[in-house]
Design a protein around this ligand. Structure first.
Ligand code: SF4
Length: 88
């Protein structure tokens, strides 16, 4: 495991794991038929366009929102929503 040094107060140095993976939410526009469940469950990253289809924010999903994103993915009736892991 890759580590980085984190220094605190005093002379103590702690090694902490480096988060090397990022998670993004993607939608398959071919499968999606615009139910809008994703926007209801994950409004932090999904909004609906004028035609009722999702616009997904491509920014990395912070750890605190991963469970919200997973819930939206699991609820998609068309299996059109996915979490994709990639290297930073
Ligand atoms: S829940 Fe699934 S099918 Fe419905 S708008 Fe979102 S991605 Fe599309």
């Amino acid at each position: 495991m890759e580590t980085r040094r984190v220094s605190g107060q005093g002379a103590r140095v702690v090694k902490a794991p480096v988060a090397r993976w990022r998670v993004n939410l993607v939608v398959d526009p071919i499968l999606c038929d615009g139910h809008g469940v994703c926007a209801e469950l994950f409004p932090e990253r999904v909004v609906m366009d004028h035609w009722g289809y999702p616009i997904v924010d491509q920014e990395e999903i912070p750890t605190g929102l991963i469970e919200h994103a997973r819930r939206a993915v699991a609820a998609c009736p068309r299996l059109a929503l996915h979490l994709v892991e990639g290297r930073r």
